[in-house]
Ligand binder design. Sequence first.
Ligand code: F6R
Length: 246
Amino acid sequence: MKLIIVENYEEISKLAAINIKDVINKNPNAILGLATGGTPLGTYKELIKMNKENEIDFSKVTTVNLDEYIGLSERNTQSYRYFMNENLFNHVNIKKENTFIPNGLAKDIQEETNNYDKKIDELGGIDIQILGIGTNGHIAFNEPSDFLISGTHLTDLTQSTINANSRFFNSIDEVPKTAITMGLGQIMKSKKILLLAHGENKAEVIKEVLSGNITSKNPATMLQMHKDVTIIVDRTIGDLIKITDI
Ligand code: F6R
């Protein structure tokens, strides 16, 4: 695992975008694994800028997202499809038919999750996966649990995730309680993984990810078994995890 400490959120975003640009410039048909939430927003802004300045071409790129809430349509402003359209896809030259997000309205969820894994495998797997992290260690919506699930699956959200995500909704009651998420096995198959985190509330969980211990109580600790993971954090986290202690 490689840890890079940069000054602030803007620098995390710039560095993440440069990493994505490098992957696309080496392989114009790259498969990007994308996340939603607050963390990647700055990265998406940088990618939009790079696309406008002709530094990246998305015309042959395919994207697969980590997760989607159950029950929200793509017109719902809280759905992750809406989020991705608004914050990236509508502003770059990507073909919408090459952007994949689990369908939270699927009638047969089991079929939807199976097909999602099949799709990723058919595409040849993810070239670079962008991850945020929950304060409880979740990546995608793989929540702390007694065991972790490998493939894409339906999951209940923990109260801590519902509380954290309620900041995007009018009230906590509107936050869906279930979601479709890519599983840990599928994420671990990605060729390269970038985990981004900023702010003091993520320091403890990042310290655990770097600890050498692996536990299903902090799903992100699994990433220690992957051979190409880069964690990019801001100075706030860097100072709090006192890297010499690890
Ligand atoms: C989103 C996702 C989640 C978030 C995590 C952090 O697609 O998979 O795991 O990355 O909840 O969210 P933020 O970035 O809002 O702190």
